[in-house]
Design a protein around this ligand. Structure first.
Ligand SMILES: [Zn+2]
Length: 138
């Protein structure tokens, strides 16, 4: 479960992480050090670019870098995403998209529809590049 709220203050964020038994991913070095002082598992996200950050996270947690919509959460609202039939998304996506793609996913909470469009392809390109740079032993 990933949790993200840019408005959350440090204190309650750390409490949430501690209560969930999860760990904190942060670009905030100050927050990272505070988490460690509280005995919370934390990882400081290195790197300036999104690419560098993703790479450092993947290396640390030995993540499988695949884009799997069934195990993803809606980037817009954090809701669960499920596969949707083509006729379910008629009227929700542009007609040209409906024509070009056969696979769609829909957010169960906000109803946003996803498909393997340009965003998807660029994410996959980044992931492939990262995978090719991680040593095979990871
Ligand atoms: Zn949503």
């Amino acid at each position: 479960m990933a949790y993200y709220d840019p408005k959350e203050d440090d204190e309650s964020l750390l409490e949430k992480v501690a209560a969930s038994g999860g760990f904190l991913l942060t670009k905030d070095l100050h927050l990272f050090k505070r988490a460690l002082r509280h005995g919370i598992k934390a990882f400081y996200v290195n790197g300036i670019s999104f690419y560098d950050q993703l790479w450092s996270i993947a290396r640390e947690f030995k993540l499988r870098l695949d884009v799997n919509p069934e195990r993803s959460f809606c980037p817009k609202c954090g809701g669960k995403i499920r596969e949707a039939k083509k006729d379910e998304v008629v009227g929700l996506v542009p007609p040209s998209t409906l024509e070009r793609y056969d696979e769609f996913w829909i957010c169960a909470s906000c109803g946003k529809v996803y498909w393997k469009g340009a965003m998807w392809r660029s994410m996959n390109r980044v992931l492939e590049k990262i995978k090719s740079e991680i040593p095979a032993s990871c």
